[in-house]
Design a protein around this ligand. Sequence first.
Ligand SMILES: O=c1ccn([C@@H]2O[C@H](COP(=O)(O)O)[C@@H](O)[C@H]2O)c(=O)[nH]1
Length: 280
Amino acid sequence: MTAAFGARLAAAMDEHGPLCVGIDPHPGLLASWGLPDDVGGLREFALRVVDVLGGRVAALKPQSALFERHGAAGMAVLEDVVSAARAAGTLTIVDAKRGDIGSTMAGYADAFLSDGSPLAGDAVTVSPYLGFGSLSPAADLAARTGRGIFVLCLTSNKEGHEVQHAVGSDGASVAASVAAQAAVLNAGADPMGSVGLVVGATVGDAVRETGTDLEAVNGPLLAPGLGAQGAGAAELAKVFGAARPRVLASTSRAVLGAGPDGLPDAARTAADEARGALRA
Ligand SMILES: O=c1ccn([C@@H]2O[C@H](COP(=O)(O)O)[C@@H](O)[C@H]2O)c(=O)[nH]1
C-alpha cells in the first residue's frame, strides 16, 4: 500500500528542501526558451523541466490551464509530465483548482486522484467555494489512493480577499472555516495529513486578520507567490509564523525564466532561500 501523501511529501521536503517548482508553460516563456507556442514547444519545455529538476526538488506543480490551452494534445503532454515525474521519483501537484457540486466533483476526483488515471499525480489543487463539503469525493478518494488535495484558503491574488475574508454567521472568516475543516480531516495524522491548504506568500497579515489557525491544520501549506508575484523570503517567513515547518514554497516564472541551462542554479537558489526563510 502506498504511503499517505502527507508522509511522502514530508520525506521529500526533508530530503530536498521546502521548494516546489511550478511548470507554467506561458507563451512568453516558451518564446524565451526559443520554442514555438504549440504542442511541440509545450512538450519540449515541460519535459525538459522534469528532466532537469526531477530528483532535485520536493515537488513539481504543472499548471493545468497552460496545458489545457493546447487542447487534447496539451492534456496528453500533461499526462506525460505526470508520468515522467513519477519515473524520476518526484511528487507532482497538478494545479487544476477543480471544484463543483459533489456528484461532478466525483468525476474530477476520478480524473486527478484515482489509480490508473493518466492525469493523476500525487495531489491536486481544489476550490472550496461550492462549500467545503462538496470536496468530499476528492478528499475520500485521495485518502483511499494515498494522494493529497490542496484546498484554496488564502490565495496569492488580491481579488481573493473579498471572498476569503468574508465573515459568516458563526463569526468565522471563510478562510478560517476552510482551515478548520481541513484540520478535522488531518486530525491524528503523523507526520502530517494529506489535506493541504493554499496560502499565498503575498497575503501579508491575512492569516492573523482572518483568524486562520494554520498551525492546527496539521497538513502541508502550499505557498505560491514567490518571485514573479513579488514575495520573497521575508514575506514567506512573516506570513506563516510558527506554521513554517509545514510550508512548501512554490515558484514558477522566477525559476523557469532562467532558461533550460539556468534551471538547476535557479532552483537551488530558490530552495536555499525558502529553507532559510522557513527554518523555525
Ligand atoms: O493562490 C494561488 C494559487 C495558485 N497559484 C498558482 O501558482 C503559480 C504561480 O506562478 P508564478 O509564476 O510563480 O507567479 C501559477 O500557476 C498560479 O496559478 C497562485 O499563484 N496563487
